[in-house]
Design a protein around this ligand. Structure first.
Ligand SMILES: Nc1ncnc2c1ncn2[C@@H]1O[C@H](COP(=O)(O)OP(=O)(O)OP(=O)(O)O)[C@@H](O)[C@H]1O
Ligand SMILES: [Mg+2]
Length: 366
């Protein structure tokens, strides 16, 4: 086990005109489970591969257990990797697959058998040890790949979208198993996913990347409650935060006929930034559907999930704009079934919770 530090670590691919990973700074504690999340192409896999020694570190450094890894070959980094395509040897049994790295290392048969049995027990694979991978389900194969990593007892686990070949239900199951397993083993883990729900549910802390640059590195709840910019605000949370550019009125922001009051600190910050409009963020659970009070909107679509419903509506006020400059589409989350009808005019009320404010040009939190 070991702490990991990215120190202004950069990677540029040959012929590319921008950095795939740009001066990444991350301090990962010993035993921590850290998730790298971001849209496609944001540099997650590259950042992980730099740690594993599969990509060069073109600038800065990465340290494992206080030792600089620049120039250290992958095999000497004491890392075990689990990838999306966890190729297992088809002609070896589950047990042989799991023990293969140890065999290569010259570990005795007795010790190998003991370690594989231990890992199989943790992963609920004991009864499959003599089977070939071809006769396993996707989830079981995924667990064999995990087992192969566990038996090596590495300092660090690197995982790149290990669950993306599984169906939705199995993915949810396996993600809790991996998180629980990691807690039990206490091995420092860096886990890559593009799925923000996976990131939020698994990570002790989550690093949000965009265009190779770190946006925010914080606990899941902190990311949700205090996003540093409009990108993180819109990326974390499902359905996404409602973001709109709203004219500033006296004492608050003006949406249709309704003044959404703001706290004094926020008003002072807006005044000193000299803005006449601001990007306002409201989570779907902060919008109540009322038929009397609130800002006028028209319902476009309702999704019933059984336990709750999502109401998609658009605002009537042309002075309030979406981030793309177009009309504002909003989503409200309601605990009530069928809280409105499609085509109906409703009033959206702001419920408890913070009003997030972002600079309309830079997107930075105000
Ligand atoms: N081998 C390569 N050669 C050149 N450019 C690459 C290579 N691999 C990745 N890139 C580029 O580097 C950037 C980061 O890619 P990376 O694979 O790290 O993204 P990612 O966040 O893992 O995306 P995804 O979610 O799609 O897997 C992208 O712009 C990508 O096109
Ligand atoms: Mg990737």
């Amino acid at each position: 086990m070991a702490a990991i530090t990215y120190k202004k670590a950069s990677c540029v691919y040959e012929g590319a005109d921008s950095l795939a990973v740009d001066s990444l700074d991350l301090d990962i504690a010993d035993g921590e489970f850290v998730v790298l999340v971001g849209p496609s192409g944001s540099g997650k896999s590259t950042a992980l591969r730099m740690l594993a020694g599969l990509e060069d570190i073109d600038g800065g450094a990465i340290e494992i257990g206080g030792k600089n890894m620049v120039g250290v070959p992958s095999k000497d980094r004491d890392i075990a990797m689990v990838f999306q395509n966890y190729a297992l040897y088809p002609n070896k049994t589950v047990g042989e697959n799991m023990g293969f790295a140890l065999k290569m290392r010259g570990v005795s048969l007795d010790e190998r058998t003991r370690k594989v049995a231990e890992a199989a027990k943790i992963l609920d694979l004991t009864e499959y040890l003599d089977r070939k991978p071809g006769k396993l389900s996707g989830g079981q194969r995924q667990r064999v790949a995990m087992g192969r990593a566990i038996v090596r007892e590495p300092q660090v686990f690197c995982m790149d979208e290990p669950l993306s070949n599984l169906d939705a239900k199995l993915r949810v199951q396996t993600r809790t198993q991996i998180a629980a397993l990691q807690r039990r083993l206490g091995t420092t883990t860096v886990y890559v996913t593009h799925d923000q729900v996976e990131a939020m549910t698994m990570g002790d802390r989550v690093a949000v990347l965009r265009g190779g640059k770190l946006q925010q590195f914080a606990s899941p709840t902190d990311l949700y409650d205090n996003p540093v910019n409009a990108f993180v605000a819109g990326f974390i949370g499902s359905p996404a935060m409602n973001l709109m550019t709203v004219p500033i009125g006296s004492g608050g922001v003006q949406i249709g006929d309704t003044l959404l009051p703001l706290e004094r600190d926020a008003l002072t910050a807006l005044a000193s930034a000299n803005l006449d409009a601001v990007t306002v963020g409201l989570r779907p659970e902060q919008l109540g559907i009322d038929h009397a009070e609130g800002f006028a909107a028209k319902v476009d679509l309702i999704e019933e999930l059984g336990s709750e419903s999502y109401v998609y509506a658009h605002l009537d006020d042309p002075k309030v704009k979406g981030l793309d400059g177009g009309p504002v589409a909003l989503v409200a989350r309601s605990a009530v079934r069928a809280p409105a009808r499609i085509g109906e005019s409703v009033s959206l009320t702001k419920l408890d919770g913070p009003v997030h404010l972002f600079h309309p040009e830079t997107g930075e939190r105000i």
